[in-house]
Design a protein around this ligand. Sequence first.
Ligand code: SF4
Length: 357
Amino acid sequence: MEHLRPKCGGRSTGVISGTGAGLPVAKSNENAYVEAMTAPSPPLARPLKVYLATPRGFCAGVDRAIQIVERAIERYGAPVYVRHEIVHNKHVVDRLKGLGAVFVKELDQCPPDRPVVFSAHGVPKSVPLDAQNRQMFYLDATCPLVSKVHVEAERHHNEGREIILIGHAGHPEVIGTMGQLPEGTVRLIETVEQAREFVPVDPDNLAFVTQTTLSVDDTAEIVGALQARFPSIAVPHKEDICYATTNRQDAVKQVSADCDLVLVIGSAKSSNSQRLVEVALRAGAKGAYLVDDASHVDWAWFDGVEVLGISAGASAPEDLISGLVAAVAARFDAEIIENNGIKETVTFKLPRALTDA
Ligand code: SF4
């Protein structure tokens, strides 16, 4: 663990400084000076231990998706259209809007002569097809780790297996993955109960893939239930839950057992952020909340709190995290301790259209 002191420091200790008996005091300020010197000192800022979970915040897929929009605006000028939120974070979306991005729900809201970017969560196959039919120029910001799941699902389908997708209904990534294959060929399972009740067409010819941002522990339970019933079920070559989701959950687990309260920065729409709150509670935190940013913190949550944990979902920018740390340090005598989590070095290439000279 690395101990850090926040730049803004803890709260004032209440000692009046910069003046003293014998120093000249302007007559008009004399009463105020006497009052200040005799007034009871405000209470000392309460000590608060703050564990900053590492790694946290932006992952390589989110970083790439944001860069795709920024570079597209630089290269082609504004506006650049983006189908759905590029990543699930209002602050990111608002900043990109300020640069000239226009966010839409569907392609028919984009003029055919402007570039359109598909979000990091991935899209059903019908979307790029539709863009081609409309002769639109598009850039696909689907995270390569989501594309890997798409390829895997397609391979199983081509090899004649029935496919189970473990994920959350309605999430854009799930819609995108199910949309890689003809309707009805991918069956969604969300819970262990559903895994126990699932009726396959052929129990000996099954495969599963998963959403990339699930709870590692919940998914292991669902997979366990499926494997107990269908021992020959084909499993992903490499874990579908991505490195960023796994590392952030591990980091939160590491700090939460000692925490009275854990705050996770992230959007309510962000699956991996929601999972971090659940992981914190399961790992022993007495309370855990998801907040968009420091302005959404209810300081009453801090009553009786001596140890705080802070983390952030993969789509939350670091400045929101430092904003929360600063807000905490302004109210408490905060000792910031960063856990020695995995140093992430993953990066993804940008599409060639944005890098070719
Ligand atoms: S959370 Fe994982 S799958 Fe999603 S964008 Fe980040 S790296 Fe890619």
